[in-house]
Design a protein around this ligand. Structure first.
Ligand code: ADP
Ligand code: MG
Ligand code: MG
Length: 245
């Protein structure tokens, strides 16, 4: 059975249909790209999965159990973590404080800085990051911040990681660094949903792709078997004979 399975998801905003009868499934140890032109319904679908919006119709099962996430923290507690495009970390706190914000280890009622430092180091080691966790977050690059945000989300949720355009402000080398982290998480059995507009990146990191168009499911395909032109046709809803001459 899939790790996460959404069936017949429907969502309207004031009579405007954003999603109509959409199915989506995510396997353990899979990176799954969610694709489609602007307005296709990608963000609406992941907002439903992460508890930002409530679905009007359909079912969502995680590990076989139906779930009804009503906010982001609750979705996270159920196992679905997310990192938004604007990374939700605090620049003027240390890396360790960001990782354990709201749940710092305590001793005699005081924040246990030593324990927090050690837990932070151990957490980041999983991603190959060996950095000073007492330094302010602001001293690190966007890519490192992104990985810190992912480490926090995975630590809080642990089953599914949802990333909406995580590479938007990264250079090529930073994208590789991020993808190495995603490959590591995939090998540990996490399911990862990624939205990106860069098809090179889709082919570099994702195993399958689900394409939406105007709120409807076009299809889900294994990327290895999907020529790029066919993927683009799925996204745009038309053929490109002229490109094949
Ligand atoms: P995508 O992420 O693929 O660009 P969205 O999920 O953002 O698409 O949008 C799908 C449709 O739902 C669009 O027509 C958009 O205008 C509409 N929509 C999304 N969120 C809202 C909202 N909060 N209120 C009203 N309409 C919305
Ligand atoms: Mg949009
Ligand atoms: Mg969007």
């Amino acid at each position: 059975a899939p790790l996460l399975e959404a069936r017949s998801i429907g969502k309207s905003f004031l009579g405007n249909t954003a999603l109509d009868n959409v199915d989506f499934s995510l396997l353990r140890g899979e990176v799954h790209a969610l694709l489609g032109e602007n307005g296709a319904g990608k963000s609406t679908l992941i907002k439903i999965l992460t508890g930002v919006y409530k679905r009007d119709q359909g079912t969502i099962r995680l590990d076989g159990e139906e779930i009804f996430p009503t906010d982001v923290a609750q979705a996270q507690a159920l196992g679905i973590g997310t990192v938004y495009q604007e990374v939700n970390l605090l620049e003027n706190l240390s890396v360790a404080e960001n990782l354990f914000l709201g749940r710092q280890p305590r001793r005699f009622g005081m924040v246990d800085r030593k324990a927090m430092r050690e837990k932070s180091r151990a957490l980041l080691a999983r991603y190959g990051l060996d950095i000073d966790v007492d330094a302010l977050l602001s001293s690190y690059s966007v890519a490192v911040k992104q990985i810190i945000a992912i480490a926090r989300a995975v630590d809080l949720s642990g089953k599914v990681l949802v990333l909406d355009e995580p590479t938007a402000s990264l250079d090529a080398q930073e994208v590789e660094m991020l993808f190495a982290v995603l490959r590591q998480l995939r090998s540990e059995g996490l399911g990862i949903i990624i939205i990106t507009h860069f098809l090179n990146q889709v082919y570099a990191i994702a195993d399958r792709a689900t394409v939406l168009r105007n709120g409807k499911l076009v299809g889900t395909r294994v990327l290895r078997d999907l020529p790029r032109l066919e993927l683009i046709s799925m996204m745009l809803g038309r053929e490109f004979e002229f490109l094949t001459h």
